[in-house]
Design a protein around this ligand. Structure first.
Ligand SMILES: *Cc1c(COP(=O)(O)O)cnc(C)c1O
Length: 417
């Protein structure tokens, strides 16, 4: 999808100046757009007695972005020790952090419980006895397997490594109850980049049905349900937007029905990453070479170290060329980085305007799972991150890596046995 028009209108006039000042490549994020998306999410769910988004930190783990989430009233979904640390640095406390790890290391449980703790979301029944102290509030990640609700099939998570199986879920709560848990939540995450909102409605229906079933067995109400992340964004120009308003309305109706039947309504949590920040970031990179062999290639000054999704998943990211936005797309080229890996391509056989060395390419929708996934293969370093502030200023929120960063792990005390 072409980046949001408002972002583009504010960025375009200044882009050449920004690129000249900071140097390319860089990701630039739009604070105004992120705040508007956050506000629209809260508005959509304002009919619920309690709604909270736990931003999936892995999508965009930058303190400046996490501060924006905090100021929106959002919490953080973490699954590693550094993610817990970065969330706590923004001032997040227990109820602001959902720790949704899998294949969890004992040290991670210790960190999750320290500094005031977090909401523990266990991925397996075998982890119950590995939690050093069973907290009062416990949640499990539920994997429904090949199950249906209503008329819809909600995925086929039989092959997914995540979650507690249907046959184990009641025992999981019973066992944690025995060990002292008194308050309960239920979580699942079944979707990824899903544009069909009814999928999230069906996930909610399934969770509420499961809550009913477990509640009856353990004789306890549930404090919250968490539908996970996976809300989609339109990466391709022909993709449609997820209808968040309709999704929230149908979910609110389901929650109201539950309240009528049971006399209470659990809190409603979600943990979106992509939906919150994906469209509000772009990767800006300069064309530095062009090559015509069996195909045409445009070589840019960024590579997979800045954005892996096209290379590893074949994911589509829309590309426009600054000041050639309306030029006819008469060139068909692969847009490539400089890794010695043939999948180091941002686009394959993509229609583009004619491109000259020095042109600025804008690779859209890099605000989630973009910078965060980058790696250092081939000694390629990760780029800087910038934030476009609502008042038009541009702030450096992470510097680019230097060779010193790359060599840092070679600086250690000699050790041998
Ligand atoms: C990755 C992840 C998310 C966020 O996914 P998005 O597709 O970015 O919304 C949320 N919860 C868990 C447990 C995840 O692993």
């Amino acid at each position: 999808m072409p980046m949001p028009t408002d972002f583009s209108n504010r960025l375009s006039p200044a882009l050449e100046h920004i690129a000249a000042h900071f140097g390319t490549p860089f990701h630039i994020y739009d604070e105004k757009g992120i705040r508007e998306t956050g506000d629209s999410l809260k508005t959509a769910f304002s009919g619920l007695p309690f709604f909270k988004e736990y931003f999936a930190v892995k999508a965009l783990p930058n303190p400046a972005i996490l501060s924006i989430m905090k100021s929106l009233g959002f919490g953080f979904d973490c699954s590693s020790i550094p993610e817990l640390m970065i969330s706590r640095k923004t001032g997040a406390t227990q109820n602001d952090i959902m720790f949704t790890s899998n294949n969890t290391h004992p040290l991670e449980f210790i960190e999750a419980a320290s500094h005031g703790g977090s909401i523990l979301n266990l991925d397996d029944i075998s982890l119950i006895e590995k939690v050093p102290v069973m907290p009062e509030l416990i949640c499990f990640r539920y994997n429904p397997g090949e199950r249906r609700t209503g008329n819809s099939i909600i995925g086929n998570p039989l092959e997914a490594k995540y979650g507690v199986s249907h046959d184990q879920i009641i025992d999981a709560y019973r066992e944690s109850q025995k060990r002292g848990a008194r308050r309960f939540g239920l979580h699942t995450m079944l979707a990824s980049n899903e544009l069909n909102y009814t999928y999230m409605v069906e996930t909610t229906r399934m969770l509420l049905q499961t809550v009913e079933m477990i509640s009856e067995k353990i004789g306890q109400p549930f404090e919250f349900i968490n539908i996970g992340g996976g809300l989609g964004i339109p990466y391709k120009p022909e993709d449609t937007y997820l209808d968040i308003k309709a999704m929230a309305e149908e979910i609110t109706a389901l929650m109201n029905l539950f309240r009528q039947n049971h006399g209470y309504c659990p809190k409603f949590f979600m943990e979106s990453g992509r939906y919150m920040t994906g469209p509000h970031g772009i990767l800006v990179t300069r064309a530095i070479n062009s090559k015509n062999t069996y195909r045409s290639y445009i070589g840019v000054d960024a590579c997979m170290s800045s954005l892996m999704r096209p290379g590893i998943y074949g994911a589509y990211h829309h590309i426009t060329v600054h000041e050639k936005e309306d030029a006819p797309r008469t060139l068909v080229a692969d847009v490539v980085g400089s890794l010695c890996e043939n999948n180091d391509k941002f686009a394959v056989q993509r229609p583009l305007p004619e491109i000259s060395d020095g042109d600025l390419l804008m690779i859209h929708d890099t605000g989630a799972h973009g910078y965060a996934m980058g790696f250092n293969y081939n000694g390629r370093l990760r780029p800087k991150e910038l934030l476009l502030k609502p008042d038009g200023h541009v702030e450096l929120i992470r510097r680019e890596e230097t060779p010193e960063d790359y060599f840092r792990t070679l600086d250690f005390e000699p050790d041998a046995i």
